[in-house]
Every structure is written in C-alpha cells, then in structure tokens.
Design a protein around this ligand. Structure first.
Ligand code: MN
Length: 232
C-alpha cells in the first residue's frame, strides 16, 4: 500500500435525497448555452452551435442551505439555475438511446459565475476557468435517485432571488436533452461513476450581492437555497 506525502483531501460529495449516505463526486461538467433564450441573451445564435462543455473542480460543491461568501476578484456574481445529472455508471462513445442507463439520479444546481471575469476571458480568447471554476462555485442540492423520480424531461425550472422571480424555463426547452448531452460528452472524455453534469440555464441570469438568498427550483426535485454571505 502506498503512502501519501500529504494528507489526502476529502472526497467531494453531494447529498442524496432521503438518505444519510452521500454520492461521491469525480468531476463536474457543465453545458454552455443549452436554452435558446439564454443563448440569445448572451449574444449567440442558438440554432447554429453544437453543445460545448466546461468544467468546475469537484471541491467547488456547496450543499443546499449552505452559505456562499461573495467571491474575490469580481463585481458581477451571477446565478444560473440548472438541472444536474449524476452518473452512476461511465463509458465512452455512448449512443443517445443507451445514455439514460448511465444516470444515477437528478438534482438542482447553481452554476455560479463571475460574469465580469468570464466576459474578459471571452473577449481575450482565454479560458473561462476563473469565471466559472472558482471556490464554492457549484451549489448542488440533494440528488434524487432515478428509482424515485425517473428521468425528468419536462417541468418548470425557476430561480427566485429574495422571493422575486429571475429565471423561468422548462426542462422541455433544453436544446440538447440529457441523452444527447451524455452522448456528446462521452465522445470527448471517458465518463465515470460520480460525474455530475450541469445541463445549462434558461434566460434571466443576473447579479447576486451579499445578503441575497437565491432559490432554484425544479418540478419534482425540490429546491436549492443558497444564501450569499459577505466577502470572506
Ligand atoms: Mn451554466
């Protein structure tokens, strides 16, 4: 048995609805511009682009109801409410018709974004990592097993901030639905158990400030509540 020269970091994980056990997380993949109205609000033509992906570090996960300190180096922190897919099996070159068999469950995520840093990166042709993959950038609520909720492909997704509606969409409006997302991603990387996929956000993204409470809801999956705390 090999030893480590430093204490190994904790295993990232997310809660599981109705269970004290947690789902260990390997990687976090995110889909960009997967609702037409959001693609348009970001200045893109939704009909002409195949899905594209970026990542967040797994240790950026934050549980439901846990606060997120306003992050450093930004003046424009945005919410992006999203459906999250949790994989229980992996593979590569998965056919869309076989993709849902990989899914362990579904949850709700908030793809927190330092929009000013992302915009600077886009303008300079640089990577998005510091706009998307910063500390505590991945709030994620409990994962609901497929055995309990099936494979939701329609139903409202809403984001409220301090009780005011900011984002509203429907899972049926995903440009690339979950089977296509898994199939496309599996042609780029080998997927494995514990991978999460944030599936994209509908229109209405906007700023959060310290003191706000951001609440993402998806029909049948409950809600993810994220208080924004002072910078810390
Ligand atoms: Mn997003």
């Amino acid at each position: 048995m090999s030893a480590f020269v430093l204490p190994p970091p904790p295993v990232p994980s997310v809660a599981v609805a109705g269970s004290a056990a947690r789902l260990p997380v390997r990687r976090i993949f995110c889909v960009g511009r997967n609702y037409a109205a959001h693609a348009r609000e970001m200045g893109r033509d939704p009909d002409r682009e195949p899905p594209f992906f970026f990542t967040k570090p797994a240790d950026a996960l934050v549980d439901d109801r846990a606060g997120v300190a306003y992050p450093p180096a930004t003046a424009e922190l945005h919410h992006e409410g999203e459906l999250v897919v949790a994989l229980g099996r992996g593979g590569r070159d998965i056919a869309p018709a076989a993709a849902l068999a990989l899914v362990w469950g579904y949850g709700i995520g908030n793809d927190l974004t330092r929009r000013d840093l992302q915009a600077e990166a886009k303008a300079a042709g640089r990577p998005w990592d510091m706009g998307k993959g910063f500390d505590a950038s991945a709030p994620c609520g409990p994962i609901h097993p497929v055995a309990a909720v099936g494979h939701p492909d329609r139903g409202a997704l809403t984001v409220h901030v301090n009780g005011t509606l900011r984002q509203r969409g429907d899972l049926a409006e995903l440009i690339w639905p979950v089977p296509e997302i898994i199939a496309c991603l599996s042609r780029l990387v080998a997927l494995a158990p514990g991978d999460l996929i944030y599936t994209g956000t509908p229109a209405g993204v906007g700023a959060l400030v310290p003191g706000d409470v951001c609440e993402v809801a998806v029909d049948g999956l409950g809600r993810l509540v994220t208080p924004i705390l002072p910078a810390g």
